[in-house]
Design a protein around this ligand. Structure first.
Ligand SMILES: [Fe+2]
Ligand SMILES: [Fe+2]
Length: 276
């Protein structure tokens, strides 16, 4: 049997508290509950779940209480990162089992099986955009310089590339050229992100960087220059990253998307029993 490692990625769950007064496009909390039930039902079982930020909608304590309560239902290990809608210190306090670095960014390194997962906090408190500053650069250099016999996945909230959806890109990524230079030197096999509320694939320093899909509303696909903000109710879901033979030095990572609430049921076509 193939030696495989399955890592699920949830992103942009935007959980709300019972005191929420903001207009919602979908029931954010119910969507996360559906995702948790779906992940628990995956077979083979998932080895770990990475949640790449915008865990909550506005970063209030009741929102984190709700988030922790729902994620407690997940059977695999849960690893969280802050997004621009989160409050860094509340994310740290809400998930005390995550080995947060004791610096001015909520980052971590965790080994799952043979895979090294590096969670890099890309947020700037109170700002929508991203930053890779000197403190984070020194930390990431130190982490990636340590020998590791297996693949390395870098997880972060903001994608390290411009997507072409201008109103989302406009928030910017301070220090992106520094991240590019560092990743040119040091080993990362794949980058997984969130923030865009839409599955997208790009690259930085020759490394595939991909954005997962949100469990709530999505960002509309409009690549016209200066296109206005536009949201769309695409089917929600999460992704499953499958690493094959993760002890090898040429790891293969394939990403699958699990949609839920599509309204579709699986079926077996009539020709399935035919010899041809
Ligand atoms: Fe988000
Ligand atoms: Fe975000």
């Amino acid at each position: 049997m193939t030696d495989q490692l399955l890592i699920a990625q949830l992103t942009d769950t935007h959980v709300v508290g019972s005191d929420n007064t903001e207009e919602l496009y979908v029931d954010n909390n119910d969507r996360l509950a559906q995702a948790v039930a779906s992940i628990n039902g995956e077979s083979p079982t998932i080895d770990a779940v990475v949640v790449t930020g915008d865990l909550t909608n506005t970063g209030t304590q009741p929102e984190y209480d709700q988030l922790v309560s729902t994620l407690a239902g997940l059977e695999p290990q849960v690893l969280t990162l802050p997004g621009n809608h989160d409050v860094r210190d509340r994310v740290r306090a809400s998930f005390p089992d995550v080995p947060w670095v004791d610096q001015n960014h909520a980052s971590w390194v965790v080994t799952v099986g043979k895979a090294r997962i590096v969670g890099l906090d890309s947020t700037i408190p109170g700002e929508p955009g991203a930053e890779f500053d000197t403190e984070r650069a020194a930390w990431l250099r130190g982490v990636l310089s340590e020998a590791h016999d297996g693949p390395t996945i870098l997880a972060m909230h903001h994608p390290p590339f411009a997507t072409g959806i201008e109103w989302m890109d406009n928030a910017g990524f301070i220090g992106l050229e520094g991240l590019d230079a560092l990743l040119t030197e040091l080993p990362v096999d794949r980058i997984i992100c969130g923030h865009l509320h839409r599955p997208i694939v790009g690259a930085i320093a020759g490394i595939t960087a991909q954005v997962g899909l949100s469990t709530v509303q999505h960002v509309d696909l409009d690549l016209a220059p200066a296109a206005p903000l536009s949201l769309i109710l695409d089917p929600p879901g999460y992704q499953i990253h499958r690493l094959v033979d993760p002890s090898g030095h040429a790891p293969s990572m394939v990403t699958h998307t699990r949609l839920f609430e599509t309204g579709n049921q699986g079926f077996i076509p009539s020709w399935a029993d035919e010899d041809s």
